[in-house]
Design a protein around this ligand. Structure first.
Ligand SMILES: *[C@@H]1O[C@H](CO)[C@@H](O)[C@H](O)[C@H]1NC(C)=O
Ligand SMILES: *[C@@H]1O[C@H](CO)[C@@H](O)[C@H](O)[C@H]1NC(C)=O
Ligand SMILES: *[C@@H]1O[C@H](CO)[C@@H](O)[C@H](O)[C@H]1NC(C)=O
Ligand SMILES: *[C@@H]1O[C@H](CO)[C@@H](O)[C@H](O)[C@H]1NC(C)=O
Ligand SMILES: *[C@@H]1O[C@H](CO)[C@@H](O)[C@H](O)[C@H]1NC(C)=O
Length: 537
């Protein structure tokens, strides 16, 4: 590793600037409703996911973790050994998210001090967790005092990787002060929360907050890469609403976001679990095929509380999502760098009207299924245009469809929803069979090579800030990796050694090179058996 470091990462090319956001914005996050915010339940949830071999990358501890809302002190009765619990979770490479808002309630231990020092806006407001006053983000002393409490929290419990900054900003409108608009207050609230954590823990810090919810814009676009679209019901109408807000978020230029799998609210007609297994799994598919896959809320969200089939299907979607992370992170980073795109864009063809079909990055196309499966069920699906004129079925690469055409797709299975990849996409993916540690890549060519593929080139951004080009050399039949740039990251000191192999997806079973290479400048693999389309000689 040291040798590679000296050879390929000359310090002159290490940037002092980090990438816009950290890769873990795409990891699987799990959390429990605030009625279960305590150490025993959260530890049991975490352990059970691992026992069921479902990868988890983020644990969110939702509201009611503190002595009172936004004291930033863990309630010692609910969390007797919080440091130990968090160290244990972080030790497994898992990131920690904590809930917050910008309210201090009148019965909170830090209220009187803040009030006496003029740190709060001068109006007590009823909000969804009691009665309190909003922090004045335009008073430097107030902000310093707020920061000192968060710094003390991190000193006490170790690194927190993000806050889930929940709704409080909009209550500023109730002050009826024309100088402090909602826009001004929310920009200050979300930006301050994000910038503070970046200062405290470095470029690994993120913020979880709302992009579009309730048809309104919440967070500033430049800082939220792990958005969620608020509280929807655990019904198909809820799923439609979540899709509507996600696609609206994408249209308005937010990069990455997701929704509470299964909905936050419950479905009163669905029995004791609060949602049906069918709805939960249809939504799991959308969660997996979103930028941010996260699961939690009211009622039951733990897959094993439904049945074993639910566990198996849920796990298969989490694994699929993880395999897509290098693609999501690369495409998300590109649009974040240039501030000119999103990872979830609605299909705006007239043929897509009311289908909620969308593009996940430039090369994947997803069609939600908004009903329970029934035997022999099919759905009419529009396939939009594709540079090579074709789409490859995401579940069976031997099936190719013509672009700009309607097809009937089988939607009778609960473990699948239709998704397609543009033929000719060179996609960086994680190879989870090779390594669960996310350090083995597959560079996958979807479909047969056509003339329209050339030149065939793709980028790759790694979680420790390396930028790479993957390029075909058609004359020598090589796939070559070229090092481009090294951005600052939290992992500067311990560079990861990645390996890769090449695969072509043209059959049910991938055709992969037996050779594996280390990801190095000018490392290459010879492609002896590339499959071309007939019209290409
Ligand atoms: C706060 O509100 C009270 C009651 O409405 C008012 O008397 C007081 O002057 C206000 N203080 C400030 C600093 O605006
Ligand atoms: C967010 O905060 C940073 C650092 O304080 C500042 O440079 C930036 O301009 C702020 N952005 C917005 C949108 O206010
Ligand atoms: C579900 O899976 C568990 C663990 O693999 C097994 O012990 C149990 O028998 C299964 N239950 C059913 C109903 O198949
Ligand atoms: C965004 O801008 C970059 C740099 O100008 C360009 O290469 C890229 O194609 C643009 N992407 C989109 C989605 O418009
Ligand atoms: C994949 O598609 C082929 C047709 O191209 C079909 O024969 C095969 O059964 C499919 N495999 C699965 C697992 O659905």
């Amino acid at each position: 590793m040291i040798r590679i470091f000296l050879f390929f990462f000359c310090p002159l090319i290490v940037s002092t600037v980090p990438l816009p956001y950290a890769e873990w914005a795409h990891y699987h996050m799990v959390w429990l409703h605030n009625t279960h915010t305590n150490q025993v339940d959260i530890q049991a949830m975490f352990d059970s996911y691992l026992e069921h071999h479902i990868p988890v990358g983020i644990v969110n501890i939702d509201s009611r973790w503190e002595t009172n809302f936004n004291t930033f002190i863990f309630d010692p009765e609910k969390f007797p050994n919080i440091r130990q619990m968090l160290d244990n979770i972080r030790g497994k490479g898992v990131h920690i998210v904590l809930w917050m808002t910008s309210f201090i309630n009148i019965d909170s231990p830090n209220y009187q001090y803040a009030q006496e020092h003029g740190y709060l806006f001068n109006k007590t407001l009823k909000w969804w967790h009691g009665e309190g006053r909003l922090l004045d983000y335009f008073n430097d002393h107030a902000v310093n005092w707020w920061h000192s409490q968060i710094e003390r929290l991190l000193d006490t419990v170790g690194p927190i990787h993000a806050f889930k900054a929940d709704e409080s900003d909009r209550y500023i409108e109730k002050l009826h002060d024309p100088r402090i608009t909602w826009l001004k207050y929310r920009t200050a609230y979300y930006n301050d929360t994000f910038q503070l954590l970046r200062r405290l823990i470095g470029p690994d810090a993120l913020i979880m907050s709302r992009p579009v919810d309730d048809n309104l814009e919440w967070s500033p676009r430049e800082i939220v890469f792990m958005g969620w679209v608020g509280d929807e019901d655990g019904t198909y109408d809820g799923l439609k609403t979540a899709l509507r807000y996600m696609l609206e978020s994408g249209s308005r230029g937010y990069v990455g976001f997701g929704s509470d799998i299964g909905g936050y609210g419950t479905d009163s007609s669905a029995g004791p679990l609060g949602r049906t297994k069918e709805l939960f799994l249809r939504w799991t598919a959308i969660g997996a095929l979103s930028s941010f896959m996260e699961n939690g809320g009211g009622g039951e969200h733990l897959p094993w509380k439904f049945d074993n089939e639910t566990v198996d299907i849920y796990r298969s979607w989490v694994n699929l999502h993880y395999s897509l992370i290098p693609y999501l992170y690369t495409e998300g980073t590109k649009v974040a760098l240039y501030q000119n795109g999103t990872l979830m864009l609605p299909c705006n063809d007239i043929e897509c009207f009311l289908t909620h079909a969308y593009f996940l990055g430039p090369s994947v196309y997803v069609v939600p299924v908004l009903r329970d499966p029934t035997p022999k069920q099919t759905q009419l699906i529009w396939l939009p245009s594709s540079p090579t004129g074709k789409w490859i079925s995401g579940f069976n690469a031997s099936i190719t469809h013509k672009a700009r055409s309607f097809i009937f797709e089988d939607t009778s299975r609960l473990d699948r929803i239709p998704f397609y990849v543009r033929q000719g996409t060179l996609m960086p993916m994680y190879d989870l069979e090779q390594s669960q540690a996310l350090d083995a890549y597959k560079f996958v060519l979807w479909g047969k090579i056509t003339r329209r593929n050339q030149p065939l080139i793709s980028s790759l951004y790694t979680r420790d800030g390396q930028e790479w080009i993957l390029e075909f050399d058609f004359i020598r039949k090589h796939l070559i990796t070229r090092f481009v740039h090294w951005y600052k990251s939290n992992d500067d000191q311990q560079l990861t050694t990645y390996t890769w192999q090449f695969c072509q997806y043209i059959n049910e079973q991938p055709l992969c090179t037996s050779e594996r290479q280390q990801l190095r400048d000018n490392s290459w693999i010879e492609l002896k058996s590339l499959v071309y389309e007939k019209n290409l000689n």
